[in-house]
Design a protein around this ligand. Sequence first.
Ligand SMILES: [Cu+2]
Length: 474
Amino acid sequence: MIIKIAIRFTLMLSVCMLYACGPSSKKNVDPYDVSHIELNSPPAKISMDRHTGPFAVGAALNFNAELKPLDPSPIKNVQLDTTHKVVEIAPGIQFSAWTFGDQVPGPAIRARVGDKIHFSMTNRSDETLPGISMAMAPMMHSMDFHAAMVSPQDKYRSIAPGQTIDFEFTLNYPGIFMYHCGTPMILEHIASGMYGAVVVEPKSGYPTKVDHEYLVIQSEFYVKPDPAGKKFNGAPLYVLDADRLKASQPTHTVFNGKHNGMVKQPLLAKPGERVRLFVLNVGPSKTSSFHVVGTIFDRVWLEGNPDNQMRGMQTVLLGSSNSAIVEMVIPEAGSYIMVDHHFANASQGAIGLISTLSQTKPVDLEHHNMEASAMPQDPSTAQGKMAFESKCLACHSIGEGKKLGPDLAGVTLRRSDAWLSQWLATPEKMLQTDAAAKAMLKEYNNIAMPNQGLNKNEIAQYLAYFHWIDRGKK
Ligand SMILES: [Cu+2]
């Protein structure tokens, strides 16, 4: 009997040594155990006391890609009001957006595990802004913080124009968390611009030291020229294209709210420096294969939590509302291209640079995208340009030389409209019957252009766009 007990005791002891059990063991303390996190949050308050003045207020807020250091206060007072506003998402594309804090994406909140967020938001979608004559109907909005653990029925309630909601919560997990409007149709509210990020540091900071910290938010836009022909500052106004939205066919996929965001103004770093990127993919409907051309991610912390560490990654896959911290060394002088390696997305504008130079040449972007320097005024020409940028840029450039297919600058000078229409409708037939097409196929290494499945209307838009490119050359 005594022997049996003794054996059992030694067994238990050795199991304990293996798994470090027992109350005195530090190793096994789970920082996310419910006894260590804060789940109490008083009920939200809704009132008619509206904020006036600035739309975004708080020491913890960040308005640009370059993040400020952490504000040490354990309580973060954050005010983000909702507005309706026209924002430029690509050169010449004035989009009728809905915002948090009057910008798209909304300002980023930077905080630390254990901090409390005191949040306040007035729905100011009913305020008409100077210079905007058209009515953008005011509507209900709400705030959903992925960084919070609270009852959605209480904290994420929709509020009417003129109302203010106040609530508070504690940050229990480190990470990069999306925030967004949660008012139905949620898809429309997100696609209209209502999203942003909360960056939560571990309580004791990150385990590595870096020279730069930048925030990169990927998101899609689905836009069309306003069917009623409304203008903004003399240019066509663009509105949400609900059909494209439902079909998950964006017109633009961008970083930090802008087509080719951070190409003209690259994120700066010097050779040998270590860069930490906080990357969030908003979606709403596409994944991102986030990659930086020319370097390797030394560390990847999935969702921005150092507990989820991977080493030496080339690309990180982010679903809608997934995030990661990626850290990399900039090896030598150059421009390192941030892209969504789903190249169809990159060619819609999901592109940016980390550069050792503050001025970069467009040639650096060779296989990615052309600089959209101007925008046609005519809606069907503009449609043609957008369609071209989403469907054809993978194989063609405009004025930047051959890719898989010819440079299409000047194409209306070398081909008739009839020829081009026929080519775009049935390239496979033309390659059998037309001498010029056959010659072209040879020149392009027998790579046949795939039939793009275009209808008459689309073909007319491409032609309008090609003529617009070649205007003044005839
Ligand atoms: Cu909303």
